[in-house]
Design a protein around this ligand. Structure first.
Ligand code: PMT
Length: 415
């Protein structure tokens, strides 16, 4: 499949990380997200992986071994104490076969048992015997994910160098909303591929602005916008994965700092500029993803403005253009801007590239509510001086990885 794509659709393969000839042992545990493991098998195979599947008892309540056997092209392993199965490929051989043990979905129970080093079923026993890297894609109710027991178990796995992918935030099968949904199969497969790729940005310092800014009107009111910070935080996560020292300059958001990044909190555009200017001398790649307010009140009141007149006039003045200021001072820094537009997206983006003298622009069509502001997804066209590439709708994490791959490629040419 991948070979065919290489011959006929080279640009498509270039967009995907690959797993050529990698043996991925997929552990499926019992959660509603188990049905997504069928798509995950396909995504792994599309990237060139050989896939074998282990299912826990719970997983078999949600999806049949036959389905995953048909998709993976290999018998599915379910029992530790099965004489026949052990004769075909025993648990030790399975553990040795794997280049990667990927547990997806990983329930709170499986995470706890992996963290405790238990060997009470085939999956956990293979995990104990497996020298390959462990990648875990948690999937559970949001309250279970936030539970202190789960937090401790996940931290223990991270401490033993396991790679955690997700969970994603959003509406859950149980009706709750929050973090706990299994990350999309394409994002998990991409994370697996990235594990085997050379860390693209080792030794580089990437600074990313994210989220909105707030421009104060009085002690209780401000001007701001709908940016959630998700795109900037996804970029930070991808930069850490790519081996970069990563600093997030973040406006007010409710997100958790990506593991391995450094976060500096700011509120207004002026504060964001001050921090970015301070970081510039040590910054190799500057990515302006924040939705900076373009205007702020000419003056802000120290006391709450009382309601009296029917109309109020608010005088606004321009905020500093952080990206343009940084770009004008940047000597050895690769500068990347975002262009959030509702119409003539590419034309405005190309204009920004030239006017702000940038190395790259990520053009975002924010007229479509299913991508851009506050969505878990995005779609973009990446434009640089000598080329451009369109990225189809995908999770912000997948888009972030592509953006960083292109930055690494173009920054290398610029060196
Ligand atoms: O945060 P999310 O909810 O995930 O949404 C992501 C996003 C839509 C906010 C993000 O993908 C995005 O498009 N960010 C840029 C939004 C924006 O302000 O675009 P703009 O076209 O107004 O600004 C152009 C560029 O100049 C941007 O890189 C911006 O960071 C920068 N800028 C703008 C104004 C200003 N005063 N200073 C700046 O640095």
């Amino acid at each position: 499949m991948v070979w065919l794509l290489t011959v006929y659709f080279p640009s498509l393969v270039r967009q995907m990380g690959h797993l050529f000839n990698r043996n991925v042992l997929l552990g499926v545990s019992g959660g509603i997200a188990a049905y997504k493991s069928a798509e995950l098998v396909r995504q792994l195979q599309d990237r060139g992986a050989n896939v074998r599947v282990i299912m826990t008892r719970g997983a078999q309540a949600f999806i049949t071994p036959l389905t995953l056997q048909a998709l993976s092209g290999n018998p599915v392993h379910t029992e530790l104490l099965d004489e026949q199965a052990e004769q075909a490929m025993g648990h030790i051989e399975l553990a040795r076969w794997a280049d990667l043990l990927l547990v997806a979905p990983a329930t709170a129970d499986v995470i706890a048992r992996l963290s405790a080093g238990r060997g009470d079923d085939l999956l956990t026993t293979v995990a104990l015997a497996c020298p390959a890297p462990l990648m875990v894609a948690p999937a559970m109710n949001q309250q279970m994910w936030k539970n202190a027991g789960t937090t401790t178990n996940v931290a223990a796995l991270v401490g033993r160098h396991a790679h955690i992918v997700g969970p994603a935030e959003g509406k859950q099968a149980c009706g709750d909303t929050g973090p706990g949904r299994m990350e999309e199969p394409s994002a998990i497969a991409e994370a697996a591929a990235n594990l085997f790729q050379r860390a693209l940005l080792t030794g580089k310092h990437v600074v990313i602005t994210a989220g909105p800014t707030r421009e104060k009107i009085d002690p209780v009111r401000y001007l701001s916008n709908n940016s959630s910070g998700k795109m900037g935080y996804a970029l930070a996560r991808a930069a850490v994965e790519a081996g970069a020292k990563t600093t997030l300059v973040s406006g007010p958001v409710t997100l958790t700092k990506p593991e391995g990044s450094h976060r500096i909190d700011v509120t207004s555009a002026d504060e964001m500029l001050t921090v970015c200017q301070r970081l510039l001398p040590q910054c190799d790649i500057f990515i302006a993803c924040a939705a900076v307010a373009d205007y702020k009140p000419a003056s802000s009141e120290t006391r709450k403005i009382k309601k009296s007149a029917e109309t109020v006039e608010l005088e606004l003045v321009r905020t500093p253009d952080i990206l343009a200021t940084i770009s004008a001072c940047a000597k050895n820094t690769f500068t990347v801007g975002f262009a959030a537009e509702t119409h003539d997206v590419l034309a405005y983006a190309r204009d920004k590239l030239a006017r702000k003298d940038l190395d790259m622009v990520v053009a975002n069509d924010v007229s479509d509510n299913s991508v851009g502001f506050n969505s878990d997804h995005n779609a973009a066209t990446i434009i640089w001086k000598t080329g451009e590439q369109s990225l189809e709708r995908a999770t912000k994490h997948v888009i972030a990885r592509k953006i960083l791959e292109l930055i690494a490629e173009q920054a290398r040419h610029a060196d």
